[in-house]
Design a protein around this ligand. Structure first.
Ligand code: SF4
Ligand code: SF4
Ligand code: SF4
Length: 255
């Protein structure tokens, strides 16, 4: 039986999510039994224009990237946005806080005119996305689940409840009780509260839940005398690019 041909592509990103795949260990061997990887720049030199599934890491930040992702979309039957940079703009979205010419000048100096740039966009803000694997980096058990869904042609819905639910099930002590802000109450679950389990806070890398419990969050902040601005500042780290079109993104996910 012919295996589905799968290609990995990257745009503006740190490539950490691709590295997660390369480091999958034994699970990778199982995955490779089900697919033919025809392009994956981080681990092989072969390239191909013939693929069924495109797994796309990174945000769209240049006019050239817009054309390239459209071409990938045209060739792929299934497109998976892979990692926070791809699904919500991620850390690259912080660029959208600034004037583009100022940003370009501070990075490229006198050569700035040679480097075109556009506001950072997540993949679904440019082309249709079939599946989303959120997270910075992606959580491999979820990636495997999404890949299985994509190969079987069944939908995968990103969990839309708060990370706090998983955190409570994992019996972690709440960061707020230690006087530390955490974005778990407003962030989509699905990572098994990965960071908090390891002594860190949730930085909101999976994007905001559809209906964040805003009043509950404010009550927590008041109770612990933590300024709202601290939380807003943390939200800026991953969620800036998708702030204006959260509704559009949700509509795509509901298809
Ligand atoms: S989502 Fe995070 S780990 Fe993945 S490519 Fe972007 S910055 Fe790197
Ligand atoms: S606020 Fe953070 S630490 Fe507290 S329960 Fe939620 S995810 Fe866990
Ligand atoms: S705990 Fe928060 S920051 Fe960490 S992986 Fe999960 S959603 Fe991302």
């Amino acid at each position: 039986m012919t295996k589905p041909r799968v290609a990995f592509f990257d745009f503006a990103c740190c490539e950490g999510c691709q590295l997660q795949v390369a480091n999958m260990g034994e699970t990778l061997l199982d995955v490779l039994q089900a697919i033919d990887v025809v392009e994956f720049r981080e681990v092989m030199s072969e390239k191909s224009d013939d693929y069924d599934v495109a797994i796309v890491e990174g945000s769209i930040t240049t006019p050239h990237a817009v054309e390239r992702i459209k071409e990938i979309r045209r060739k792929a039957s299934v497109l998976i946005a892979y990692g926070s940079c791809a699904t919500i703009g991620g850390v690259n979205g912080m660029k959208n806080n600034f004037n583009l010419d100022d940003i370009r000048g501070s990075v490229y100096g006198e050569q700035a005119r040679y480097f075109e740039t556009i506001p950072t966009r997540a993949i679904h803000q440019v082309v249709l996305v079939d599946y989303f694997v959120n997270g910075c980096p992606v959580y491999i058990p979820e990636f495997v689940k999404v890949l299985k869904s994509a190969l079987s042609g069944i939908p995968y819905r990103v969990p839309d409840h708060a990370v706090c639910v998983e955190c409570k099930l994992n019996e972690n002590e709440c960061m707020y009780d230690k006087g530390i802000t955490c974005l778990g109450p407003v962030t989509k679950a699905g990572c098994n509260s990965w960071c908090v389990n390891n002594g860190n806070i949730c930085y909101g890398c999976r994007g905001m839940v559809t209906n964040p419990a805003v009043d509950g969050q404010k009550d927590i902040l008041e109770k612990h005398k933590i300024p709202l601005a601290w939380v807003e500042n943390k939200m800026n780290m991953y969620n800036k690019a998708c702030e204006p079109d959260r509704e559009a993104r949700l509509n795509v996910e509901k298809r």
